[in-house]
Design a protein around this ligand. Structure first.
Ligand SMILES: [Zn+2]
Length: 380
């Protein structure tokens, strides 16, 4: 930590300081999980490693039937330029804590660890509580939480409740919970035909004209409206490519690039069929997809108190108000646990500066998150 040697580091910042000083750019864990495994094993957690394709995955669990698991990622995005402080150190300045990954999401991990320490120190047993960590969230996320979720489900050991420590808050830790996320997928629709000279070509034979008409129909497609707490599906065209340009020749191939954000009411197969059905029968085309992320949406058990009510009460204890439920934002590892049947809630720090230079959170919000996690653990 960057401060004068006379000042000692507050005990609740020590884990954060240690994690931030390790430059764990995806998929390199850089020793974060080794550090956390040592801390968790000191707290009575059994440690299991689940490495996969250069990704570090850790399952730590207290004895007993699986109950609640905290899921997190130790990897961060590269620091980039324009930092006022060392990105790979904890810096406290003007009431703010700085460092790459402080919000997304080493801060969440460190807060949960402090909450565990305090709760166990107070004599709680926390049977079956787990900590699940991966170093592959910011990348393709192929060999991380998906592998952990499938492994636990295969063993019949998947906890029913998954708390994801992603930064979900707007202003104050806990003000917003994520209980689902829209799916995302990118498509490229490539039309092929004949190039033509504009002096001789009828308008309807111009492949670019046909692509523009098709693009207009794609943009006008009507999708599902989602649900009360879940936004509907939308499609955006993000690019049009047609090779080298000449002022009097029409192209022989045109690619329409597009991206969809979609609700739990549809899936990538249905989307594929929808797009194919739009292409006129006389056009030859290829349709390719990339970066698919299926959506998830948590449903909670009817009997009270259920997972959601417990989390809401814990937020009230730390924040003095109940959280807003949201399904906005990009995808998260929550989808892998939901796909195996767990109830998933994402609860973490404010996210205003994630992935940016000078990533930071207010120290008071970090301390608040510890209190919220502690209240949740106490309710188990
Ligand atoms: Zn994250």
């Amino acid at each position: 930590m960057s401060l004068s040697p006379a000042l000692a580091l507050a005990p609740e910042l020590i884990h954060l300081d240690n994690l931030l000083s390790l430059a764990s750019i995806t998929p390199d864990d850089a020793g974060c999980q080794r550090y956390l495994a040592a801390q968790l094993s000191r707290l009575g957690f059994a440690i299991q490693w689940l490495p996969c394709q250069g990704v570090s995955n850790l399952i730590a669990r207290r004895p007993g039937q699986p109950s609640l698991a905290f899921s997190g990622h130790t990897d961060v995005v590269p620091a980039g330029q324009h930092w006022q402080v060392n990105p790979f150190a904890l810096t406290e300045m003007g009431g703010q804590l700085y460092g790459r990954g402080i919000a997304d999401m080493k801060g969440g991990i460190a807060a949960f660890l402090v909450a565990l320490e305090r709760t166990l120190d107070a004599g709680a047993e926390l049977p079956g509580v787990m900590v699940l960590l991966t170093s592959d969230e910011e990348g393709e996320a192929e060999f991380g939480s998906r592998v952990i979720a499938e492994h636990l489900a295969g063993q019949g050991q998947l906890p029913p409740w998954i708390l994801v420590g992603e930064p979900t808050a707007r202003h104050h830790s806990g003000d917003t919970l994520r209980v689902g996320r829209r799916g995302a997928i990118s498509g490229t629709l490539t039309l092929s035909g004949k190039a033509g000279h504009v002096a001789y070509l009828p308008s309807g034979a111009n492949l670019l004209h046909r692509a523009l008409a098709l693009g207009e129909r794609m943009a006008a497609l009507e999708w599902d409206q989602g649900a009360a707490d879940f936004p509907g599906t939308s499609l955006h065209i993000t690019g049009l490519e047609h090779g080298d340009w000449l002022d009097n020749v029409t192209p022989s191939t045109v690619s329409i690039k597009f991206n969809l954000r979609y609700s739990h009411r549809t899936n990538s197969d249905a989307i594929d069929q929808c797009i194919r059905a739009l292409v006129p029968a006389d056009l030859s085309y290829q349709l390719g997809w990339s970066r698919p992320c299926e959506p998830y949406f948590s449903q909670f058990a009817d009997q009270q108190p259920n997972f959601l009510t417990r989390v809401e009460k814990a937020v009230f204890a730390g924040l003095g108000q109940f959280p807003v439920l949201s399904t906005a934002g990009g995808t998260s590892d929550g989808r892998f646990f939901r796909a195996q049947g767990a109830e998933v809630i994402e609860l973490g720090l404010p996210n205003a500066s994630i992935h940016q230079a000078n990533e930071r959170v207010e120290k008071s919000e970090f301390l608040r998150l510890i209190e919220i996690y502690q209240a949740l653990l106490a309710s188990l």
